[in-house]
Write a protein that binds this ligand. Structure first.
Ligand code: AQP
Length: 332
């Protein structure tokens, strides 16, 4: 049976990239299949996190899920560290995955930068824990943005090697679900870099908690080339900043870049940017109001995460037990 798993790291405030590339699609899959959505706090600590901030950001990601429409009675919502099976299977996968595979992961290279020697071992092994997050539920579908595609492919490689080494047909081949116009939302100041929670400047990103003025200001200051919008989408080909703004508009409005260009053919930035800001405010404001309401009651968020963790353990623990049996690890 199809089962969806995905997660978001509480490594900073949620961005428009997380919303369009992940959360909005998580909501779209709810009710269609069994859905399990996690706040992956153990991934967040692969780089330094202030403990108080980590707890706060974990609640903020949960509040973002709830405010956008994830419903704890329809989806399992929880934080990773409350379900020990993720870490336990992660260790087994560290013994299945090869160092050479990890060396090919582009996200590690991006995040570790030129000083890989000083990166945490956890950051290096991150994709192996991510494979465990997915496979401890035998999840078949993982909605992610383009940036995570390589990690889901590695998950398939780990599952295949485990099945092959132990001569079993146990872990499924997971499909990354990457579709729609917003799979890679770019940084507003540099159209060749992705929009990230932990990017240097706040002006690079739209945060889900930004108010209308901030959103308008950030789009107004967003980098563009001096040309107006083209008459057809082909004209966006070598214009990363222009293409990004058109794709953001399309994703927010549930339409295609073609339709956006058809609506604003040849428009100048003085017309398009305010229209984009108005659309973003119209879509995000109701969610940010709800997020603030949830954040006012942290005990309620903690209760929802604890109850989701219990449901998650009910699926994960038997799969982990079977894995231990296959590997030959005794568990009475
Ligand atoms: N810019 C983006 N465009 C589309 N999708 C995105 N996602 C993140 N940024 C974009 C998707 O959001 C989900 C959660 O990502 P994550 O928090 O686990 O890790 P990340 O991809 O490393 O996100 P950030 O925002 O860039 O965090 P930091 O700066 O802390 O590393 C994933 O499905 C991701 O594809």
């Amino acid at each position: 049976t199809p089962r969806v798993f995905s997660g978001i790291k509480p490594s900073g405030g949620l961005t428009l990239g997380n919303y369009l590339g992940a959360i909005k699609r998580f909501v779209g899959m709810q009710g269609q299949m069994e859905t399990i959505y996690c706040v992956v706090d153990m991934h967040a600590i692969t780089v330094w996190q202030d403990p108080k901030e980590l707890a706060n950001m974990t609640r903020e990601v949960a509040a973002g899920y709830l405010a956008a429409g994830l419903d704890p009675s329809q989806s399992i919502l929880f934080n990773q560290s409350q379900v020990a099976a993720h870490a336990e299977l992660g260790w087994i996968f560290n013994c299945v995955a090869r160092v050479g595979w990890m060396n090919r992961m582009t996200q590690f290279k991006d995040k570790a930068g030129s000083n890989a020697e000083k990166a945490s071992l956890g950051l290096y092994a991150y994709p192996s824990l991510m494979a465990a997050d997915i496979l401890v539920y035998h999840a078949t579908h993982v909605p992610v943005g383009e940036d995570q595609k390589q990690h889901v492919e590695l998950t398939r490689d780990i599952a295949a090697k485990f099945n092959h080494d132990y001569k079993v047909d146990f872990f499924p081949a997971t499909e990354p679900v990457i579709e729609g116009p917003a799979m890679r939302i770019m940084n507003l100041r540099d159209g060749t870099k992705k929009m990230s929670k932990s990017g240097e400047s706040d002006m690079e990103r739209i945060n889900m908690t930004d108010d209308a003025d901030k959103i308008a200001k950030k789009f107004k200051k967003a980098k563009t080339d001096p040309e107006p919008l083209p008459e057809t989408v082909e004209g966006l080909a070598s214009r990363p900043e222009a293409r990004n703004l058109v794709e953001i508009y399309a994703a927010l409005d549930d339409t295609t870049p073609e339709a956006v260009i058809a609506q604003y053919p040849g428009a100048g930035w003085g017309t398009f940017k305010p229209a984009l800001a108005d659309l973003a405010v119209a879509k995000l404001a109701p969610i940010s109001v709800e997020m603030a309401r949830f954040m006012d009651d942290p005990a309620e968020i903690d209760r929802i995460l604890a109850s989701g963790s219990e449901k998650a353990r009910a699926i994960a623990d038997p799969i982990l037990k079977q894995t231990y049996d296959i590997v030959g690890l005794l568990r009475g």
